[in-house]
Design a protein around this ligand. Structure first.
Ligand SMILES: Nc1nc2c(ncn2[C@@H]2O[C@H](COP(=O)(O)OP(=O)(O)OP(=O)(O)O)[C@@H](O)[C@H]2O)c(=O)[nH]1
Ligand SMILES: [Mg+2]
Length: 368
C-alpha cells in the first residue's frame, strides 16, 4: 500500500562533494635513487542531481532525509594514482518538482518530464598532484593543489502536480467520484466535506489509447485563496493544468450552483488570473437527485449557459461520456499549440435539447 502521507514542499541542505586533494608524493623505490614527484590528482566531487520519477508521488523522501550530500572525491596518491570521483547523489522526486534557493528565494529550475534531470549543485574539481608541477628548473616540486569545494546551499522544493485538467469544486461536490469514474484512480469518496486531503492524479484512457491526466484536489471554499480551509495550498497543484473542470453539486440547497460557480471562479482568479482564463468545463453533478433536476433550469438561467449534466450515482452514469469527450476536445492541440475556447463561445443561454459535439463545446466553454 502506498503511503498516505503527502508532502508537497520540503527544505533540504544540498551539498555537492568536495574534490579530492592532489597528492604531493615522491617516488620511493629501492632501485631508483632519485625518485621524482608522483602525486596523482584528486577525484572530482559528486554532483547533487534532481530527477523526475513517476515512482515518487510526494516529496516525502526529501522531507525525512533533508541532507542531500553527494560523495567527496578521493585524494590522489603516490604512483600517479588518480583518486576516485565522488558518486553523484541522484534524488528522485515527483514530476513537477520545482527548486528554489531557500535563502534568496531564487528559482533554480524544475523537473517535469519523467527522467528529466537537473544538476542542483556541482561537485568540486579534483586537485592536482605534484606531477603537474615538475619542470626543468624544479625537479622536486612539493606543490600540489587541493580539491575544490562542492557547491552548497539550502534548497526549497515545491511540488506542482502535472495534469492536463484540474477538478475544482466545493467540498462534497463529487470531484473524487468523477475522477474514479473517469480513470483507474481510487480516491476516497464519502458523503462529508474534505474527504480528499491531498491531490491525486488519474489518467483517462481513450479507445484510441490517447490519454490525459486529471487532478483531483481538496474542495475549495470561499476565502480559500486567502487561506481558508485547505484550498490555497492545493490550488497550486492545478496551476499547471491546461484546463479546469468546475464540478457543481446541483442538489446542494444551501449553495446554489450559480453561487458556487461564482465563488470558485473568484477564488481561482485571485489565486492566479491566468489560471482563471484557461478553458473551462462546467459540470452540473448529482442530476439523479430530484432537487437537482428541479433547480437546473433556474441555475442555467442565472449562470447564462447550460452546464453539462452529469449523474455519477445513477445507472450507467449518464453524462460521463460527454464529459470524457469534452475533455478530449478541449485538450486537442490547436494550431497555436494551446487549447483555446472557441471564438464564438456564447455568453447567453443555449438550447440543449440534443447534445451534439458542437453544442457541447458551445455550452461548456466560457470565454474568459
Ligand atoms: N446522488 C449523487 N451523489 C453523488 C454523485 N456524485 C457524487 N456523489 C456523492 O457525493 C458525496 C461526495 O462525493 P466525493 O466524490 O467524495 O466529493 P468531493 O468533491 O471529492 O469531496 P471533497 O473531497 O470533500 O472535496 C459522496 O457521498 C458521493 O457518493 C451523483 O452524481 N449523484
Ligand atoms: Mg474528494
Amino acid at each position: 500500500m502506498k503511503s498516505r502521507v503527502f508532502v508537497d514542499s520540503a527544505t533540504a541542505e544540498v551539498r555537492a562533494g568536495r574534490g579530492g586533494d592532489g597528492s604531493g608524493s615522491f617516488r620511493r623505490e629501492s632501485h631508483v635513487p632519485e625518485g621524482g614527484p608522483d602525486g596523482g590528482d584528486g577525484g572530482r566531487g559528486g554532483d547533487v542531481v534532481l530527477r523526475a520519477s513517476t515512482h515518487a508521488d510526494s516529496l516525502l523522501r526529501v522531507f525525512y532525509e533533508p541532507r542531500l550530500f553527494a560523495e567527496n572525491g578521493v585524494d590522489g596518491s603516490g604512483q600517479k594514482m588518480h583518486g576516485r570521483n565522488g558518486r553523484d547523489l541522484v534524488v528522485d522526486v515527483p514530476c513537477g518538482t520545482e527548486v528554489y534557493n531557500a535563502e534568496t528565494g531564487a528559482w533554480l529550475g524544475e523537473v517535469v518530464e519523467p527522467g528529466q534531470t537537473l544538476v542542483l549543485a556541482k561537485g568540486g574539481r579534483g586537485g592536482w598532484g605534484n606531477v603537474h608541477f615538475k619542470s626543468a628548473t624544479n625537479q622536486a616540486p612539493e606543490k600540489f593543489i587541493p580539491g575544490g569545494e562542492g557547491e552548497a546551499f539550502t534548497a526549497r522544493f515545491e511540488l506542482k502536480t502535472i495534469a492536463d485538467a484540474g477538478l475544482v469544486g466545493f467540498p462534497n461536490a463529487g470531484k473524487s467520484s468523477l475522477l474514479a469514474a473517469l480513470s483507474a484512480a481510487r480516491p476516497k469518496i464519502a458523503n462529508y466535506p474534505f474527504t480528499t486531503l491531498h491531490p491525486i492524479v488519474g489518467t483517462v484512457v481513450y479507445g484510441d489509447y490517447a490519454t490525459l491526466r486529471v487532478a483531483d484536489i481538496p474542495g475549495i471554499i470561499e476565502g480559500a485563496s486567502g487561506g481558508v480551509g485547505l484550498g490555497l495550498t492545493f490550488l497550486r497543484h492545478i496551476s499547471r493544468s491546461r484546463m479546469l473542470v468546475y464540478v457543481l453539486d446541483m442538489a446542494d440547497e444551501e449553495n446554489p450552483a450559480e453561487d458556487a460557480y461564482r465563488i470558485l471562479r473568484a477564488e481561482v482568479e485571485s489565486y492566479d488570473p491566468q489560471l482563471a482564463a484557461r478553458p473551462a468545463l462546467v459540470i452540473a453533478n448529482k442530476m439523479d437527485e430530484p432537487a437537482a433536476q428541479a433547480r437546473y433550469p433556474e441555475a442555467a438561467k442565472a449562470l447564462g449557459f447550460e452546464p453539462l449534466r452529469l449523474s455519477l450515482a445513477a445507472e450507467g452514469k449518464p453524462g460521463l461520456d460527454a464529459v470524457r469527450q469534452a475533455l478530449r476536445d478541449a485538450l486537442r492541440p490547436t494550431p497555436q499549440g494551446a487549447p483555446q475556447a472557441p471564438a464564438d463561445a456564447p455568453r447567453g443561454p443555449v438550447d440543449h435539447t440534443e447534445v451534439t459535439p458542437e453544442r457541447l463545446r458551445m455550452a461548456t466553454f466560457l470565454k474568459p
